[in-house]
Design a protein around this ligand. Structure first.
Ligand code: SF4
Length: 304
């Protein structure tokens, strides 16, 4: 089962907001390679998603009276990932984490074996046509997302989002409550009205001994929710213009800060080695021109 990024997912916008040049390196990776290069964190996340997708798809098949064996077991699916990866770098990066993901899955089954869910959809791609200012004529392209799991319990629908963590901490709930990815899923759910139960953060520890799982309820953040269209339309308009510009990565703006190149609590930016030495061919840069009036006008129009 494919659990890769959706065509225009949150991650592209988020990377550009963190640092335009960071998005530039990913963008050129996508052109050359079809996707950004794996880091250890993304490799663990990919393997975990594949494992849980097969776990829940087999559960759904059983619930629907189909043969679950038409799907690989989660462990086999995870083990096959490095073998079917055509890029040697990504294959080796994933292979390093297969054993840890197997351990994490065993802990996951033990914790959630007794839960009763009706599986509605596994790894389904949705488009956000209810976020104002996106997807219309002259507007940034509508965002998309891959919802890891939609299930029903107690006559309510829930969206479950899997997140692998090297070590689960109290900060994860705080951080993800404010993440645009979760905010977008909440926007989508709001369109379902009373039938929507909520977005569930499914934290799974991979590595560090594994076998720790949590599903903390997300904080109520109405200010962040209401601000999402304003932020997304602004940043997406800029990102799309840079991607269309043809400028090489070394001519996209950097965010040269200890909080972006290497955050105090986050790992080093995976592109730091390139940024250290990639010198722009010219320094008089013709930046893409931004149509900020349109973005601001759109937002004003929507709020009146
Ligand atoms: S090393 Fe720093 S400037 Fe370069 S892409 Fe990463 S965050 Fe941006």
């Amino acid at each position: 089962m494919n659990t890769g990024p959706s065509p225009n997912g949150w991650h592209k916008a988020e990377t550009f907001m963190l640092c335009p040049r960071r998005r530039a390196w990913d963008w050129y990776g996508e052109q050359e390679h079809g996707k950004p290069w794996h880091s250890d964190a993304t490799a663990r996340g990919t393997l975990l998603h594949v494992g849980l997708a097969h776990y829940y798809r087999r559960m759904q098949a059983t619930q629907q009276g189909e043969d679950p064996e038409q799907w690989y077991s989660p462990e086999v699916a995870v083990s096959l990932m490095p073998k079917v990866e055509t890029n040697a770098f990504d294959a080796i990066t994933m292979q390093r984490h297969v054993a840890d993901v197997h351990i994490a899955l065993q802990g996951y089954y033990a914790d959630y074996a007794m839960e009763k869910l009706r599986i509605v959809a596994v790894e389904t791609v949705v488009s956000f046509d209810n976020i104002p200012g996106m997807g219309g004529p002259g507007q940034p392209t509508a965002k998309t997302a891959r919802i890891d799991l939609i299930y029903e319990t107690g006559n309510k629908l829930y969206f479950l989002d899997h997140k692998s963590a090297g070590r689960i901490t109290r900060e994860h709930k705080w951080q993800y409550s404010r993440s645009g990815q979760m905010l977008m899923l909440r926007w989508l759910g709001a369109g379902l009205g009373k039938r929507f139960g909520g977005v569930i953060l499914n934290l799974v520890q991979v590595g560090a001994g594994g076998k720790k799982n949590q599903r903390p309820s997300l904080d109520s953040v109405p200010g962040m929710m209401v601000s999402l269209p304003l932020s997304l339309t602004f940043w997406e308009a800029m990102r799309l213009q840079f991607e269309a510009s043809g400028l090489p990565p070394e001519m996209w703006p950097t965010v040269p800060s200890e909080h972006s190149c290497r955050g105090r609590y986050a790992s080093r930016c995976p592109h730091a080695d390139k940024c250290d030495v990639a010198v722009p061919p010219i320094t008089q840069v013709e930046w893409p021109k931004f149509d900020l009036d349109r973005t601001v006008a759109d937002y004003s129009f929507r709020t009146t």
